[in-house]
Write a protein that binds this ligand. Structure first.
Ligand SMILES: [Fe+2]
Length: 256
């Protein structure tokens, strides 16, 4: 699996504090079946991280992973707060894409209203970037008005939900919303959003299995993120897999 959203780099956000913590996270991810982790440290007013620091830490961590014999490769990326994405110079934003491709991971605000979110995201996409919306299922604005998210997906944006959301780690409401988004074809990726080996731990397969989404697992955690890292178009989901999740309508005369 490819983990498209993971706070694996040491000491630059609310992820591991030391490189030992990063290695511990990578060990757990590897045991859970992850071969590639995209390092997505926060880039926000609170964590003003820059592409050079991220690249340097990715290189250091990869060196240590090889030395320790941990079969995980780390690629550079970022989780960019929506407001920061609008304020950053274009040249800097272009260097914060996922794996150097064309897609940016954008974190929508956790405010309760959606007013303006759609226009701001469209603005970023107009700059020539693909937009991956981070954990929309945890964003109160999308709970209040799901049509905003539907519009953004129709406009070509991708969504990446957190594996833990599927099994109730953020409460029942987030879980139900996440599953409804998957059933309605509004989810393209599931990532760990891990912050440490035990703090929101890495891994996606177990959660996908528990949520009954195994038929979509390879598409969500391998095929789509591989296309995102390549900077290409995302492949369609396996035929019939999403439809199969929807409850079948049964007419009274069909019931026995
Ligand atoms: Fe995150």
């Amino acid at each position: 699996m490819i983990d498209l959203h993971c706070h694996v780099l040491p000491g630059i956000d609310d992820g591991p504090e030391t490189i030992e913590g990063s290695l511990a996270l990578a060990r757990v991810a590897s045991a859970a079946g992850t071969h590639t982790i995209v390092a997505t440290p926060h880039v926000s007013a609170h964590y003003p991280n820059d592409p050079d620091t991220i690249a340097r830490l990715v290189a250091e961590l990869n060196e240590r992973l090889v030395a320790e014999g941990i079969a995980v490769e780390v690629r550079a990326g970022a989780e960019i707060a929506l407001t920061s994405a609008l304020e950053l110079p274009a040249e800097q934003l272009a260097r914060l894409t996922l794996g150097g491709g064309r897609w940016l991971l954008i974190e929508p605000p956790f405010t309760p209203t959606a007013s303006g979110i759609d226009a701001m995201l469209v603005d970023i996409a107009r700059g020539g970037h693909g937009v991956v919306i981070a954990h929309p299922e945890r964003c109160p604005a999308f709970h209040r008005d799901r049509t905003v998210l539907e519009f953004l997906v129709r406009a070509g944006m991708l969504t990446s939900i957190t594996a833990g959301s599927l099994v109730g780690r953020f409460g029942g409401e987030v879980r139900r919303f996440a599953l409804a988004l998957v059933r309605d074809g509004l989810v393209h990726n599931v990532a760990s959003d891990a912050h440490g080996a035990t703090k929101r731990a890495p891994g996606m397969a177990e959660e996908l299995g528990e949520a009954g989404l195994r038929p979509l697992a390879a598409w969500l955690t391998e095929e789509v993120p591989a296309a995102v890292l390549d900077g290409g178009e995302v492949p369609p989901p396996p035929r019939g897999a999403i439809e199969a999740l929807r409850p079948r309508r049964s007419w009274p005369w069909q019931r026995r």
